[in-house]
Design a protein around this ligand. Structure first.
Ligand code: SF4
Length: 441
C-alpha cells in the first residue's frame, strides 16, 4: 500500500450518480486520500454503479470484472462497489462476485471513508443503510470541469412508474433544503461555473415534501440572481408543470429555453399501464402551451418502446406523435423488464428484438427531426459555451440547445478557450453537429 493511500473512482450512470461520486471524492480528499484515474496505480478502486436497466447492469458487472483483472499488475488492489448495483444486489454481489471487497449502498455514500479504511484493513464490509433516510448534506468535488456543473436538488422518487426500479434504489422523494441548494449554487458560481444543470429524479416535485407545496419556481428565481449564464432543467414530470413554473421559465433570461420532459409514451392505455398520471391529450396540450408561452423552446424527452401491451396500433400512435410534434431532442429505450416492478409481471410483451426494432424506428424518425432542427441554424448566430479543443486545436462547445453527453456539439474556428462564452455563426451541419466561425472575441 502506498504511503498516502490512493483511490481510483469510476463513475457510471446518470447525473445524480455522478453527484454521489463527487461527494465521495470530496470526503476522501478531506480524509487525505490521493487520487489516480488508473486503478493499476491505486490501493482502492471505487466503482459507483448504475443498475436501472439490463444494459446498465451488464456495464457495471463488466467494469467490476475488468478492474479485478488488473490485479495481475496490482495484486493488492481493493474493490468497492457503490451505487445502484450495490443497493439492488448487495446479497448477489457477495455470493457471485468474490472479487469485490466492499459493498456501499446508495444511502451510504457519506460513509465512504470508513468503507475505504475497512477494506484497506482487509475487511469485507457491506453498508446499505435506509435509502429514505433524511438527506445528508455532503461536501462535493465538482468533476465536470470549470465551466458547468450539475446541481442535485432532491433525491428519490414517489412516482412509482410501473417499469421503474429507481424508487427501490433511491428511496422516497426528499427535497434538499432551499438554503443548502442555494449555498451550493453560490459556491459553483463563485468558482466560475457558467452553466448550472438542475437535476433530480423529478425536479417538478421540489418542495412538496419539505414545504408542503411545489417550490421549483421559487428556487429558480433565486438561482437566477447568481452570477451564472445558463440554468438548465432536466427531468420535469409533465403533469407537475404548472403556470407559475412556465411563467418563471419564460421570464428569466438565464433559464435556457430547453426543457427535458420524459413522457415515456403517448398512448393512453400504455400510459395507464406505466402508471403515468397523464393522458396523451394532456401531454399534447402541455407541449402546445409550452411552445406558445416560451418562444424558441427546445424540448427533450425520453420514450420506452415495447412495454407489455404495446401492439402495432399503440406503437403507430407513438410514431405519428413524433412525426407531428417534432421534439427536438429525444432518447428512446427498448423496454427492459426489471424484476420487482409491476410491469415485469404484465402479459402481452413483445420480444426484446421487436422492442429494439421499434426503438430504432423511433430514432429514425427523430434523426430527420433533429437534422431539420440543426439545419434551421444555418446562417444564424448562436451563443456557445466552449468546452474544449479537437486534436487539431479547433475549439468545440455546446449551445443552449445541447446538454452535456446526450445532445450535439458546435465545432468552430476561433480563439475561444474552455469556459469562454462566445458567439458563433453557423456555416454548416455535419452529421448533426453544427459547424461555424467565432464572431468577435
Ligand atoms: S419518475 Fe418514474 S421513471 Fe422517473 S425515476 Fe420516478 S419512477 Fe422512475
Amino acid at each position: 500500500m502506498s504511503e498516502t493511500p490512493t483511490v481510483a473512482l469510476i463513475s457510471l450512470g446518470c447525473p445524480k450518480n455522478l453527484v454521489n461520486s463527487e461527494e465521495m471524492l470530496a470526503l476522501l480528499q478531506e480524509a487525505g486520500y490521493a487520487f489516480t484515474p488508473d486503478p493499476v496505480q491505486a490501493d482502492v478502486a471505487v466503482i459507483n454503479t448504475c443498475a436501472f436497466i439490463e444494459s446498465a447492469k451488464s456495464e457495471a458487472i463488466e467494469k467490476i470484472l475488468e478492474t479485478a483483472a488488473l490485479r495481475e499488475e496490482n495484486p493488492e488492489l481493493k474493490i468497492i462497489v457503490a451505487g445502484c448495483l450495490a443497493q439492488r444486489y448487495q446479497k448477489e454481489i457477495r455470493q457471485e462476485l468474490p472479487e469485490v471487497d466492499g459493498v456501499l449502498g446508495t444511502g451510504s455514500c457519506g460513509e465512504i471513508v470508513d468503507m475505504v479504511r475497512a477494506v484497506l484493513a482487509g475487511e469485507k464490509p457491506s453498508l446499505c443503510r435506509n435509502i429514505s433516510a433524511p438527506l445528508a448534506e455532503l461536501p462535493r468535488a465538482v468533476s465536470t470541469g470549470p465551466c458547468w456543473a450539475y446541481l442535485r436538488i432532491a433525491e428519490g422518487c414517489d412516482n412509482r412508474c410501473a417499469y421503474c426500479v429507481i424508487p427501490s434504489l433511491r428511496g422516497r422523494f426528499r427535497s434538499r433544503a432551499m438554503e443548502n441548494v442555494l449555498a451550493e449554487a453560490r459556491m459553483l458560481a463563485e468558482a466560475g461555473v457558467k452553466e448550472i444543470i438542475v437535476v433530480a429524479q423529478d425536479i417538478t416535485r421540489y418542495g412538496t415534501d419539505l414545504y408542503g407545496k411545489r417550490r421549483l419556481a421559487d428556487l429558480l428565481v433565486e438561482l437566477c440572481k447568481l452570477d451564472v449564464r445558463w440554468i438548465r432543467l432536466h427531468y420535469l414530470y409533465p403533469e407537475e408543470i404548472d403556470d407559475e413554473l412556465i411563467d418563471v421559465i419564460a421570464r428569466e433570461e438565464k433559464i435556457v429555453k430547453y426543457l427535458d420532459i420524459p413522457i415515456q409514451h403517448i398512448d393512453d392505455a400504455i400510459l395507464r399501464r406505466m402508471n403515468r398520471r397523464g393522458t396523451g391529450a394532456e401531454i399534447r396540450a402541455l407541449f402546445r402551451k409550452l411552445r406558445e408561452r416560451i418562444p424558441g423552446l427546445v424540448l427533450r424527452t425520453s420514450l420506452i418502446t415495447g412495454l407489455p401491451g404495446e401492439g402495432e396500433a399503440e406503437f403507430e400512435e407513438l410514431c405519428a406523435f413524433l412525426r407531428e410534434e417534432k421534439i427536438e431532442r429525444a432518447g428512446v429505450f427498448p423496454y427492459s423488464p426489471e424484476e420487482g416492478t409491476p410491469a415485469a409481471a404484465m402479459p402481452d410483451r413483445c420480444t426484446t428484438e421487436e422492442a429494439e426494432r421499434r426503438a430504432q424506428l423511433c430514432m429514425d424518425i427523430q434523426a430527420d427531426v433533429m437534422d431539420g432542427f440543426a439545419e434551421s441554424f444555418l446562417g444564424r448566430e448562436l451563443e456557445v459555451l466552449c468546452m474544449g479543443e479537437e486534436d487539431d486545436g479547433t475549439p468545440w462547445g455546446r449551445s443552449r440547445y445541447d446538454s452535456p453527453d446526450i445532445d450535439s456539439r458546435v465545432v468552430f474556428s476561433g480563439s475561444a478557450a474552455p469556459g469562454d462564452m462566445v458567439n458563433v455563426k453557423i456555416t454548416a451541419v455535419d452529421e448533426g453537429e453544427l459547424i461555424g466561425e467565432q464572431i468577435g472575441d
